[in-house]
Design a protein around this ligand. Sequence first.
Ligand SMILES: Cc1cc2nc3c(=O)[nH]c(=O)nc-3n(C[C@H](O)[C@H](O)[C@H](O)COP(=O)(O)OP(=O)(O)OC[C@H]3O[C@@H](n4cnc5c(N)ncnc54)[C@H](O)[C@@H]3O)c2cc1C
Length: 427
Amino acid sequence: MPPAPVTAPQDHADLLVLGAGPAGLGAALLAAGRGARVIVVDQSSQVGGLCVTRHRGALRYDLGGHIPFVNDADRHAWLVGLLGDDLVWVPRPVSSWRDGAIRPGRFLDQRPAGIPRGAPPVDAPEPGLRESARDALAVRFGAQFVDAELRPYLEKIDGVPLERIPGVRPLRLMREQAAPDGFWFPRRGIGQLMDVMARAVTDLGGQLLTETTVVALEVPDDRVGAVVLRHGGGVSRVATRQVIVSAPPGAVARRLVPAPPPDAIPPLRMRAVCIVYFEVARPDVTGEAWVQIDDPRVPAARIFEMPNWSRAMCPEDRSVLGMECYCSPTADDPIWGCSDADLAGRCATALADPLGWVADAGQPRLAEVVRVPAGYPAPDLAQLDAINAAPRLLEGVEGLWLAQGSAVVDAIRAGEDCAAAALAAAR
Ligand SMILES: Cc1cc2nc3c(=O)[nH]c(=O)nc-3n(C[C@H](O)[C@H](O)[C@H](O)COP(=O)(O)OP(=O)(O)OC[C@H]3O[C@@H](n4cnc5c(N)ncnc54)[C@H](O)[C@@H]3O)c2cc1C
């Protein structure tokens, strides 16, 4: 169970955290554990950010397949400390679907003949900030392999040509988000981890406010002084010298007082995702936890089967498939612009043909379509300066710390690092 909501904040805090997703909760947990007076605020009614678990009758499913990629013993021990026996091992790697068959390993894990899986293929220098994914990958794997094997999937996810995707992005995904043998997972979904973290924060004396928005972030002389919050009980001013930003930087930068010049924070093109959930009257459909699909006939780029992550997610005789359809949140986008019913129809058809996982498109029963309009800023070299504008602005303010991660555990770690730095600075 998540902690009970609080309606009004205390009037001062050692540390105020904006956003209660993995990064914000990671920051708050570390700081509260060190005895700091912490307040966490989130505009949503629920903690967890993108890492929430939804319920529908006896079914539980996550807002997208969310593997907490754990690559070190300390983080594993940390997870065990929070989840105990509810941390389960899922002995299935992410797979990819190609030419009518599922094969082990993500598209990013595939390797040209002669280059072993997982090994760094070419001793190439780290890509420069503006180097494209096409160039960064081609120097490591050869252009022919990249265009045939990696391009279709990466373009399906990010929505721009490989020549415009920053090179650091796929290399980071390769290194940090690999789970070649399987992964650890909370038995009742990724949201369970978030709820447990939130509970630990409040047990340690931290204050957690949901449905709370930032009205102003007062930064006289480029130094954090206070945060004005609107919440269920009205408007409150919280005096603080340290603020961690895990909410989108642009949204926070627009609340700075004094205000930055109007053109200092350009609007960003975002990447969205529509997740179509189906209930199937079988215990297992794919045998897999997560399958990546680059085929353009399938609207989804990733399909996850929740009971193969944890059998506790739905009854023994049923399965839940989530189909992640990446798109732009604009009316002319062929996915976003579709009605829920039309998109679900296209997804159900694809499950029958070409995937062949159900006998006919009428077999899976639609559970829900969830739309996430702002999944992440479109990773496009053409908007790199716009992406970096708000973070630069915030980094110029003393006492403001930016906790940004591109994955669950990465975000938790970023939050913890910021909290440690903020507490050290406050001393
Ligand atoms: C479909 C999908 C699948 C994914 N799969 C994986 C995966 O398998 N493994 C993995 O590691 N990662 C995955 N990710 C990425 C992962 O979800 C993110 O990296 C992680 O959630 C980032 O955590 P965060 O705390 O930085 O941000 P978020 O989770 O986005 O949380 C930010 C919080 O800030 C709040 N907020 C926003 N604006 C404001 C405001 N103005 N004031 C106050 N609060 C605000 C939001 O309500 C939210 O709670 C996936 C993402 C998506 C969309």
